[in-house]
Every structure is written in C-alpha cells, then in structure tokens.
Design a protein around this ligand. Structure first.
Ligand code: MSP
Length: 662
C-alpha cells in the first residue's frame, strides 16, 4: 500500500488556537481523509512546540514551571482538534523524553559530519519569532513581526548553513515539487542566492530546552528542536535508525505551513537533514494568512476569531471547514468574514446540496416506498449527468492533488447544480402527479439518477465535511464506512436498486442571517474576553483630578479589584503617533508577549528616555484605536497637579516582566 505522511506545524501552546492557525489543521485533515480515500496508508502528525524563551516567560508569568505550563495547555489543542473532527494519527509534543533523544541524535550525526562548531555570538534576536535578526548590535525591529529585537551576546554552537547553499539550490532545481506555490519557491531561491550565514543552534541563557549532548550550559535552538519533531513523532528515537514506522513513513510527503515559516522549512530543515544524511521531505506547501478586519488574525492584535462559537452556532465543524476550503484560494491571503460564512452555508450547503438530497430522498420514500428504484433506459438528460459525474470526479481529484481545494469544490458544486437543474427540467413530481403507475419507469430513471448523483457527490464531500457526508451516506442506505469508499475508483452506478433509504432528514437547516450573526458576535466577544483575562487594550493615560472623594456606593469589592490584571512591563520602543501631540506608541514586554499600547504622555516624556523603563500595564481592557493606532493595554500613571501631568508608575527594585500586581 502506498504511504502518505503529512504534518501541520507544531503550535506554540502559550496562545489559544484561533481560526487562523486552526485553518492549517483543517486543511491537512481534508488532505488526510482524501488521501485515505485514494488508497494511501496515511500518517498525519500535529502537535505542540513547547520549548524556548517565549514559553519560559509565559510560564513565569503564570507562576508555574514551564513543564507544568505546557502540559496544562496541551488539552486545549486535543480538545479543539476533536471538536473540528481532525483525524490525526500522531500528536507530538516537544517536552516528550524521546524527543530529546531524537534531537540529540540528529545533532550528533551533523556534528560527526563536521557541520557544527562553537563561537561567540553578538547580535539582535527576536524572542517572539525565535530568530536572529542582525549580527550588528544596533537596535533593530524584527523584519517579520515588527517587534524590537533584543541584544544577545553569548557563546553558542553554530550550524554550517553556509555550506549547503549550492546543494539546496540544486535540490530546488531538480525537485520541482519541493516548494509550493511557485512564487514561494522563487522567494526561497532568491533568499538562498543572496547568501546563507551559519546559524546558532544552541542557547546559553535559556534553561527551558533540550540539553546539548555534552555541554550542560546550553540548550537547543527551538527551531532545530521543533523541526525534528516531525521525525520523533513517527519513531526516529528508536533503535539505531528509527522504528519500523519511521522506516515506513519517512521522508514526509507534505509539510503544510503558513507563509511566515517557509524559510525554516525550505532552507534550514533540508540543510539539517542533509547534514545528518537523512532523506528530505517531498513537498513543503506554504499557505497564506487569514485576515480579519484587514489585518492578520493574531492574538496580540486582538482580532482573532475562535472556532468554538462557529461550531456551536452552525451545528458542527463542517460548515466552517467547507467555507475555509471553498472560499479561500489556497496559498493566498484571504479575509475571514462571518457574512461570507453564512452565505456559503445557506447557498451551497442548505440550498444546493441540502435541497437536492432532501427532495430526492423524500421522493424515493414517497413514490417507491423508500427503496432505490432501478433505472430504465437513459435519455440524453441522464447521459449528460453520467458524463458530467465522471468528469467532475476527475477534475475534483486533479484539483485536490494540487491543493486547489476551492476549484475542486467549485467543480463539485457545478455538478450538484446541474443535477438540481435536471430535476427542474424533468419534473418528477409532475410525472407522479400525472399518474404514478403510467410514468413509473421514467420516474424510476429520474429518481435513480438523482439519488446516485447524491451518493456519487457524497464520496467527494467526505474529506471536507466528514460528519454531514456520513449522515447523507446513511440516508442513502449505504453500508460500511464512507472513508473506505475509494475516490480514485469512483464509478457511476454504485447505488444498488432495492437499497432501502432512510426517511429524509434535514442536514443543513437554513440560517436566518441577522440572528445568526448576532449570536456569533455575542459568543465570539465572550470567547475573546475569556481568552484574554490577562490581556487587552489600552487607553492613553488621561488627566484625572488628583483626589476624588469616594462615596460608599462607589467602593468596589476585592473581587472587583482582582478583575483588573496589572502586569510589570518593560518599554522596548517608543515613538510619537504622527499628527497627535499627546500620544506615544509604545511596545511593552509583559513577559508572555510584547504589547502595543498608546499612551497620552507625549508632552511629558521623551521617547528615548522611556526605553528599558519598567512600567505597570493594565492588560485586560478592551482594545481600542487612537488616531488609527491600536492600543492593547493602559499604562498606569499618577495624575499630578492642576494640569493632570502623568507620572508613570515604576519600581525601585528589579522585578521580572510579567509579574502581576495585586
Ligand atoms: N511553532 C512554530 C512552528 C514550528 S513547526 C516545526 C509556529 N507556531 S505558531 O503557533 O506560531 O503558528 C503555527 C502556524 O499557524 C503557522 O504555520 C502560522 O503560519 C499559522 N498561522 C498563524 N496565524 C495564522 C493566520 N492568521 N492565518 C493562517 N495561518 C496562520 O510558528
């Protein structure tokens, strides 16, 4: 049996997954199900990326050990994948003991081959993206996330990435399938041609990581560790050359990733593998970002959409899965919209597919006692449907093989639309009305054609809307599992005459748009508030009277006070907001993340003087925009004198970023 091994990126567990990053997992699930139906033995890996400075800081902010912190976050992923019907076969998390052995094994192979050496490093590093930004010590912002890069200086182990430029370029040239889409391959090729520098693959100042084999002061660079998890998950740590499972599935056939991490996968990863003398993956596919409100969906920007409310309101995960695969041209950036989601649900699922299935099953029940009739001699209308069915299956497969899900589904819906039109043209209800007995043969042919068209479509629907497809399958009286239906051998005529259908059942009840939108917004708001107990936006410090007498009824309880989440933060950058005399835009490191806030202190504080200052940030306010700049927190200040001069609260003693004020 042919094998197919595909992976999602492994997710940082400090942030809760939203529609943006769950998108990759949903797409991979559709591919996994599709490949199984094409006769492949599929291994499908996902997991969590649990080491590194970001997690170390998030755990410190939560007041627990890193290991406890990541273990407590893992179930969020298991549970969401269950809710979204993800059929992964392997879940790797990098705090697993066999993973450490696996990473060390990789390294020793590369080191024995002469690709690892030690030297001093000084430069700028972005903690958020876990990457080196510049060899210079000059302040600079990360070119990916825009946050200020930190100055780091330490002795590290380096990997000779520079030695692999030619081999990588040769591989890209001779393996046309290695990077998709093409425009991403071109970007990667230019990047490698512009020159590769050796990269540090160990860290000294971080404790939370996999120990370096014979240097207890150092841990592995988190990306070396994370990428290797694709091999740990299938047993590379076992025996001398990995387990039997590893021998069977490695190399991966597909690493699906977002465009922001293509370089790690298409440059670093193949070089690490070449150095360890291991086979390279077949394909790396980089998809685009989901945006919301015009910006990349991301927790730090406060513009995330969570999956759970959608699943609840739309009666399961299928509608969301369908919308994402149908609406987004795969590979490109695309905006998420509730309107479009409801539109797709109503028009494609409730109307086109739901109506076709429902009226067909209803008529078979009404006119043939629920038994699939035998088709008579086909007329041109039936012949057209049969030919279109074969063409549709062929196109669907070609599109899915090329990860062009949107056009694969478009072809399928053209077929469904044609069958609906066929029913309108042939009017079986009118034939039955004109004399059931006289028209029985013709009626049988029409209803067989419609019912078989639904069965035929259901096999293709399964990878995308598995639960709804299963329900349709059962309504059509089909036995066995839909996942065992071979899509690559799909033939017209699989519905046996005499098969007993179930009574009709509405699978996609129509949604009332306004009420659905309202419910979705309410639930999403509640989720956002829940997910960000420690976060949120800021309003600038506004002058307040120095003292205010407080009436008894204005007093609050200790519980009320505890709702305000105040954290110690360190100002990483400060700049004026153009066109606003009073406002400064600050980036403040609060341990678990770097927040952008806007503060009304520009008349009293010079931006450079603020850099490095410890401040207090209220982190769980609603985000808001000031002069078009988003603010995600409020800096706490005393308001002094008649004019309400803000004096920032700071500390005499050293306090870690992220410490909570109580
Ligand atoms: N831990 C690394 C991956 C290591 S793989 C060996 C990582 N994790 S992540 O949690 O930050 O991101 C996981 C994936 O989610 C990435 O592929 C990223 O591109 C994707 N997405 C995050 N936000 C997204 C959108 N708004 N839209 C689409 N994909 C998004 O990077």
């Amino acid at each position: 049996m042919k094998k197919f091994y595909l992976t999602t990126p492994i997710y940082y567990p400090n942030a809760r997954p939203h529609v943006g990053n769950s998108y990759t997992t949903m797409v991979c699930d559709a591919i996994a199900r599709y490949k199984r139906q094409c006769g492949y033995d599929v291994a499908f890996l996902t997991g969590t990326d649990e080491h590194g400075e970001k997690l170390e800081r998030a755990a410190a902010a939560a007041g627990v050990s890193p290991s406890e912190f990541v273990a407590s976050r893992r179930p969020i992923f298991y549970n969401l994948w269950k809710l979204l019907n993800i059929s992964h076969t392997h879940f790797i998390y990098t705090d697993r003991p066999d993973h450490a052995r696996c990473v060390q094994r990789m390294l020793l192979r590369a080191r024995d081959a002469g690709y690892v050496y030690k030297r001093k490093y000084e430069g700028r590093y972005c903690i958020h993206d876990e990457r080196y930004i510049s060899d210079s010590t000059e302040p600079v912002n990360c070119d990916v996330c825009g946050r200020p890069a930190e100055l780091v200086s330490e002795e590290n182990y380096f990997f000779k990435l520079s030695a692999f430029a030619d081999r990588l370029l040769e591989h890209y040239k001779t393996h046309g399938n290695f990077i998709h889409p093409d425009f991403r391959r071109n970007e990667v090729v230019s990047f490698v041609k512009s020159g590769l520098r050796d990269i540090s693959v160990s860290r000294k100042r971080i404790k939370w990581g996999i120990p370096w084999p014979d240097d207890p002061e150092q841990v592995f660079y988190v990306w070396y560790d994370a990428l290797t998890s694709y091999m740990t998950g299938i047993g590379f740590a076992e025996g001398n050359n990995g387990s039997a499972e590893f021998q069977k599935y490695w190399p991966a056939d597909l690493h699906m990733v977002g465009k922001d991490i293509i370089r790690f996968h298409a440059v670093y990863w193949p070089a690490f593998l070449m150095a360890a003398n291991l086979p390279l993956p077949e394909t790396i596919f980089a998809h685009g970002f989901l945006t919301f409100g015009g910006d990349k969906m991301s927790k730090s920007k406060g513009n995330v959409v969570y999956c759970e409310p959608i699943v609840e309101v739309l009666g399961g995960a299928d509608a969301l899965r369908y919308y994402l695969l149908r609406d987004i041209p795969f590979g490109q950036d695309s905006s998420f919209s509730y309107d479009a989601l409801i539109q797709r649900y109503n028009s494609d699922l409730a109307n086109d597919l739901g109506n076709l299935a429902n009226r067909t099953v209803t008529m078979v029940n009404r006119y043939f006692g629920g038994e699939a009739p035998a088709a008579g001699v086909p007329m041109p209308g039936e012949r057209e449907i049969m030919e279109l069915a074969a063409k549709t299956a062929e196109e669907f497969r070609a599109r899915f093989d090329a990860c062009d899900f949107s056009r694969g589904l478009e072809a399928l819906w053209q077929f469904i639309g044609r069958v609906n039109k066929y029913l309108v043209e042939t009017e079986p209800w009118a034939l039955a009305g004109a004399g059931l007995e006289t028209n029985k043969t013709r009626l049988a042919t029409i209803l067989y054609t419609a019912a078989e068209a639904v069965r035929f479509s259901t096999v293709m629907l399964y990878p995308v809307i598995p639960l709804s497809a299963e329900r349709l399958w059962k309504q059509l009286g089909q036995k066995g599992k839909l996942e065992d239906q071979r899509l690559d051998e799909l033939q017209w005529g699989g519905l046996r005459a005499g098969t007993r259908l179930s009574p009709p059942e509405i699978i996609f009840p129509r949604l009332e748009k306004e009420a659905t939108l309202k419910r979705l917004w309410e639930l999403e708001e509640a989720e956002r508030a829940r997910a960000t107990t420690r976060k949120e936006s800021v309003k600038p410090v506004e002058p307040q009277p120095e003292t205010q007498p407080q009436a008894e009824e204005q007093k609050i309880s200790i519980e009320d006070f505890a709702k305000v989440d105040m954290r110690v933060g360190e100002v990483k950058s400060a700049e004026r907001v153009p066109g606003a005399n009073k406002l400064l835009k600050l980036l403040v490191d609060i341990g678990s993340e770097v927040r952008q806030v806007v503060a009304g202190i520009a008349e009293y504080y010079e931006p450079p003087k603020l850099i490095g200052m410890k401040v207090v940030l209220v982190t769980n306010l609603q985000p808001r925009k000031l002069r078009g700049v988003e603010s995600n927190g409020m800096i706490v200040a005393a308001s002094v004198g008649e004019e309400g001069k803000p004096v920032l609260v700071t500390f005499k003693e050293d306090v870690p970023n992220g410490a909570r004020l109580k």
